[in-house]
Design a protein around this ligand. Sequence first.
Ligand code: THG
Length: 292
Amino acid sequence: MILIGENINVMSKTIGPALKEKHADPIQALARAETKAGVDYLDLNIGPARKTGTDLMPWLVAAIQQVSDLPLALDTTNASAIEEGLKLCRRRALINSVSLQPERVEQTLPLVKKYNAEMIGLLWGSDGMPRDTNERCMLTVDLVYKANETGIPNEDIWIDPIATPVSGEINQVTSCIDFLSALSEIAPGCKSIVGLSNVSNGTPQHLRPILNRTYLIMLARQGLHAAIVDAFDAELLDIARGRLPNIVNLVHRAMDETEIDMEVLTKKEQDYIKTVRVLNGQALYSHSWLEI
Ligand code: THG
């Protein structure tokens, strides 16, 4: 599994102001720490950056490349900002992202080709968020067709079905899992990716990791290729690197079996099972799901 560190993003309380002031120190310190934590890529999320993006993205790419040799995912809806960043990337970059809104397709697909980048194909249509697996599949076919027409092969397209919060509509959470099992048939050769932390958005801070970790195992079982993750969740990285096979097996069991003897399990093991039940829609989400 390819892991992309999410931590350099404009929403962060330390990184947001540092980006605004072009204060490189805290951003470079974070890039070093993410690299040391063992992720494969760094996501550079500067937000929409409509006015400042063309200046900010290349500045950020240069600053990051002073302290890390990892390849970069350039995360903004501003296509000109992406292009200015691409000009400086030493490694093959990942464009985050190309959605199906007409202007995004027109502006961003040619950049993938021109700079020999890879792309995240975000399943966001002209009507917004897909409502179910079927709509995700239809958007995939549409986006892959357009990318192929531009000369981009399936191997360079990482499809993102858009993970949504567990506190919202649970059918959307399960749809991402179902979608992955269908992807190899509808778009052979395409890769897959999710923004994993989306699933725990709006959940109390200390409860986010168990949701992220459990969801990662569930998605990985259906062949997930990559995830944008919190680089500092060491247990999550252990799971993704195959260092916690017992936890992975337990989650698989909980996905397959409705009756599991909880008495013989540790508290941590019970928590993973309860979290599977919430993420697959068998149990209702509330902030106290682990106490029930
Ligand atoms: N798909 C793609 N790209 C994406 C997303 C996606 N990029 C943005 C996002 N979703 C993934 N990145 C993040 C980054 C941070 C958080 C969640 C997703 C996050 N941060 C904490 C918070 O907001 O509470 C902490 C912020 C901080 O550092 O202070 O949750 O789905 N293609």
